[in-house]
Design a protein. Sequence first.
Length: 75
Amino acid sequence: MTNKLLVSSLFLNFAFSGWSKIPSALWLAGAAAFGAQAAGGALSIQLFDKKAARYESKDFGDEAIEADAKADATD
């Protein structure tokens, strides 16, 4: 994602510098394409983090096991 943002900013610099014989519209299109790819990558990372957070558990069921053991001991 970082590399795509760097390439996008490089294309923007080329577009606004005016030293190239390539029209600035092509540089801007390249910057937009790489910027969109970086945004898509950031979104996919965010979605992955949400899914991974569902499976991270600090509680491994120890409290539930202890509660069951106490209930069995009082019966």
